[in-house]
Design a protein around this ligand. Structure first.
Ligand code: PHE
Ligand code: ZN
Length: 876
């Protein structure tokens, strides 16, 4: 096979031929499924006559091919590794193909595959070409009619997109169902599911009066785990009507849970397929975080019905058109149904850790990339989360009302079409009358902008001068960057009054919480009529995906942590304060000097623990120290051991100093009420469990006993998992080992709980974590072909910073071994799993060498395009 080639956005052309209607018939068999396709093909009006018909197709065995009923001889078409070409086709014709595929051998989980005993599909981005020969690109949209034939005993349930229109029995114990989907769609939204499934059913009446049947299909043992997903679905449907005026457009909406799935879930038209981890919940098996994740993903996939399906992407460079917008929509939904400030804190802490790292590494790419080798590598935090931040900025720039008008315009103008990011932004510009030309650079420029800010108060004139300077670091292929249009929401907090002062800029009154627009490389903002000396509170709510540096003193930060009217920035001030203290301790550790705890941090925590609050979830976040990964992000060169030692020191110092406060907060938040995944309960549980983590970190006898009892009480998985994690991550193996054993035996039958059991063990800081990984890879519940298991065991270990980065290189070696194996089995998972190694340049010399050595060892293999692309970038 030749070296994988790049595809360029600038090469885009409409397809030579389009398909208006697609008829499929599947005769299911694990080793020899037959797929017959009849495509209604016509020349694209913008393309010249006489061009060859080129169809994508991979791993298909062609049995026959005919045009307008005339079979083609072997010399009338050309078959390659990538597809099929036919010269001299008419302007408009019927193409019939018949192919054979082997779903049972499909470990890549793209196309038609088997998960347990059931058949299912995953077509985004380019999986449909593994089902039949087709123009596998999103700008070819057709109506689909699909007949599925299966064995009545083994596959009593046969599902596809749209509505069932016919069903019947066939000889030899087989049966069939025909499905029709009236909405034209690209083939990446095609889906088929067949197996022995049970359903839970509900109904929803749309605002327009359509009666919709809602079904969640699961294996029988999971019937008791669908309530939360169903309730979330109904909430999401109502929310999209009320917030965006979007209604559902079919009589049936189905969700199916499958155990083997590469991602979270997939928005196939009318038939969403979910990783079981993203849909199944039960108080005894799923944590609060899992409940919230399920709600968010159910909503996300549902919202795609408009932002993605009715209006889709012209080409895969536009992926963020549907993903950025849909993530923004699901984030807004979750903020409306949960504690909004805590949602934002969670989003941003994740974003600043993981997306910033991506944007600063060798795979950095713009939200709209201009070239790629394998699109599967571009389902990234940049496309999804940074894309959502851009949409959020747009919403804030034009205001909600204009944004909603722009959204309405977008959906009505482009309904049934495959469009571009420009089309979306143009609707926002048109609806708001704003010029968004400079703003578009957010889509084409990679890297995280860094803003250096400083300001001074002019006592004589009562003015505050704020100077902002922006700079986006070079990223691969983009050495020079242009200034972006960056909205900075801010307040000036009076140091005497502790209140937001009024903002007057160039004679214009901005209120007490205003937005300034940074467009130049350097810009000065002069606020007048500022009555007292302020501390600026900048980029409130994380108003742009930037790194903002301001020379705050620790006193400033302690002040903002108590007085900022913006909840997000109150939290952020605490994080900045902790980071300054951590910096000192990291330096102390490196220099071998005694570590001394900053008393300002202790006092800040003491006051948090002793101030009444009505949002316990936010308080829990404020009591949580920046993660090792986030601390690492702030360092020019990552010193894994110093970071771990410094953070542990801060945590334990706080626990020692505030032991009684933590104990009290724990007891105040214990509740016997029946579990409900509701904001108030979730907040109390997080607060209690954060307090417990401090107590167990110093192995306080009473704290350890509380953890043991919390585990034994077995009230809900959130509490059980936290207690077990704390014990396993402490040195109390006398308590941890029996607890782990009991938990493992109790849940041996439940794969989603076993995933948690794996993760808890391999993320422990003790030196035996790596040995545990190796041991657990032979556990009967582990499997390399199940992505959830790989993530739970190998992925979780790679996040275990001190053990993955062991100086003997064994952690790196283990990851590389698994990547090499997965490169053959499941390239998409392999190329994601290798990510931590690609960040080698961030570490010290010895680790750099070790990591690079493993990347080179991987490079010597015969690589899938997925892994090839990532490794080449990492070593470039
Ligand atoms: N489009 C899916 C989503 O974001 C993600 C996905 C991509 C799933 C590729 C499978 C394969 O909702
Ligand atoms: Zn999505």
């Amino acid at each position: 096979m030749s070296e994988p080639q790049s595809i360029y956005l600038s090469d885009y052309r409409p397809p030579a031929y389009r398909v208006t209607h697609t008829e499929l018939s599947f005769d299911l068999d694990p080793m020899a499924t037959r797929v017959k396709a009849r495509l209604h093909v016509e020349r694209h009006p913008e393309r010249a006559a006489g061009e060859p018909l080129e169809l994508d197709g991979e791993q298909l065995t062609l049995k026959s091919i005919a045009i307008d009923g005339q079979p083609l001889g072997d010399d009338e078409y050309v078959l390659t590794e990538r597809g099929l070409r036919v010269d001299g086709v008419p302007e408009r014709f019927l193409l019939d193909t018949d192919v054979e595929i082997a779903p049972k051998d499909n470990t890549a989980l793209e196309g038609l595959y088997q998960s347990g005993g059931m058949f299912c599909t995953q077509c985004e981005a380019e999986g449909f070409r593994r089902i039949t020969f087709y123009p596998d690109r999103p700008d070819v949209m057709a109506t689909f009619s699909t007949t599925v034939v299966g064995r009545s005993d083994r596959e009593p349930v046969l599902l596809s997109n749209g509505n069932p229109v016919e069903r019947g029995e066939l000889p030899d114990g087989r049966h069939f169902v025909t499905w029709e989907d009236p909405h034209p769609k690209p083939c990446y939204l095609f889906a088929l599911v067949a197996g022995d499934l049970q359903k839970v059913e509900d109904r929803f009446t749309t605002a327009g009066g359509r009666e919709v049947t809602l079904q969640i299909w699961v294996e029988e043992e999971n019937l008791g785990k669908t309530d939360h997903a169903m309730a979330s679905l109904k909430r999401a449907m109502r929310w999209d009507e009320e917030t965006y005026g979007r209604e559902y457009d079919l009589d049936l909406f189905m969700i199916v849970a499958v155990n083997d799935f590469n991602m979270g879930a997939m928005e196939n038209k009318g038939l969403n397929i979910f990783n079981s981890a993203a849909v199944l919940t039960h108080p005894h098996t799923a944590t609060d975080a899992a409940f919230q994740r399920v709600e968010g993903i159910v909503a996300h996939e549902y919202f795609h019905n408009w932002s993605g399906n009715r209006v889709t992407c012209r080409d895969w460079f536009q992926l963020s058109l549907k993903e950025g917008f849909t993530v923004f929509r699901d984030q807004s939904f979750s903020a409306d149904t949960n504690s909004a400030p805590v949602k934002r804190i969670e989003e941003v802490s994740f974003f600043r850790t993981a997306q910033f790292a991506e944007d600063a590494g060798p795979t950095a790419h713009p939200v709209r990339p201009d070239h790629y080798i394998e699109i599967g590598n571009f389902y990234t935090l940049t496309i999804y989360e940074k894309g959502a931040e851009i949409v959020r900025m747009l919403r804030n720039l034009v205001g909600w009302e204009a944004f909603r008008r722009g959204s309405d315009l977008y959906f009505s103008r482009f309904d049934g079409q495959a469009v571009t990011i420009e089309d979306f932004v143009a609707c926002m510009a048109e609806a708001s009358g704003q010029d968004l030309d400079q703003f578009m650079r957010w889509y084409s420029q990679a890297g995280t902008p860094e803003i250096d800010a400083h300001g001074e108060y002019d006592y004589a004139n009562g003015a505050y001068r704020l100077v902002l300077r922006q700079r986006t670091p070079a990223t691969p292929g983009q050495p020079d960057k242009q200034p972006l249009h960056i909205p900075i929401r801010l307040g000036l907090v009076g140091t005497k009054s502790g209140r937001d002062l009024t903002l007057t800029l160039d004679g214009e009154y901005l209120g007490q919480d205003g937005v300034i627009h940074l467009r130049e490389e350097e810009q000065e903002f002069l606020f007048t009529d500022v009555e007292e000396a302020p501390v600026p509170s900048l980029a409130r709510g994380f108003s742009a995906p930037i790194k903002l540096h301001f020379p705050y003193s620790r006193e400033d930060l302690a002040f903002l942590q108590t007085h900022d009217s913006d909840g997000f920035n109150r939290w952020d001030a605490g994080q900045r304060l902790a980071l300054l203290a951590l910096d000192d301790l990291i330096a102390a550790h490196r220099n071998g000097v005694e570590k001394v705890m900053d008393s300002r941090v202790v006092e800040a925590f003491r006051s948090l623990l002793n101030t009444a609050t009505d949002d316990k979830a936010v308080l829990a976040e404020m009591l949580t120290l920046p993660s090792e990964a986030y601390i690492a992000e702030q360092q020019p060169l990552v010193d894994v051991d110093a970071i771990h030692a410094a953070r542990t020191f801060v945590k334990q110092s706080l626990a020692i100093a505030l032991r009684d406060d933590f104990l009290r907060v724990y007891h105040e938040n214990v509740s016997e009420a029946p579990y409900a995944p509701e904001p108030e309960q979730i907040g109390a549980r997080s607060l209690k469990n954060v307090a417990l983590s401090y107590l167990v970190s110093i192995e306080d006898e009473e704290g350890v006993e509380l953890a043991r009892r919390q585990f034994e009480a077995d009230h809900n998985m959130t509490d059980v998992r936290q207690a077990l994690t704390l014990l396993v991550h402490s040195s109390r193996d006398d308590l941890a080992d029996p607890a782990l054993r009991a938990f493992g035996e109790k849940w041996a039958h439940d794969p989603l709980v076993m995933d948690q059991w794996f993760s808890i063990q391999v993320s422990r800081p003790q030196a035996d974590a790596l040995e545990r990984v190796k041991f657990l890879m032979d556990h009967p519940a582990f499997s390399l072909t199940n992505p959830n298991k790989v993530r739970a065991l190998i992925g979780a270990f790679a996040q275990n910073r001190i053990n993955f980065h062991r100086l003997d290189g064994e952690g790196y070696k283990l990851l590389a071994d698994v990547v090499i194996e997965l490169n053959r089995l499941n390239p998409e998972i392999a190329s994601r799993l290798v990510t931590p190694l690609t960040r080698w340049r961030r570490f010290d010399e010895p680790r750099q060498e070790l990591m690079k050595g493993e990347l080179e060892r991987i490079r010597a293999e015969k690589l899938s395009p997925n892994v090839y692309e990532v490794i080449e970038k990492a070593l470039a």
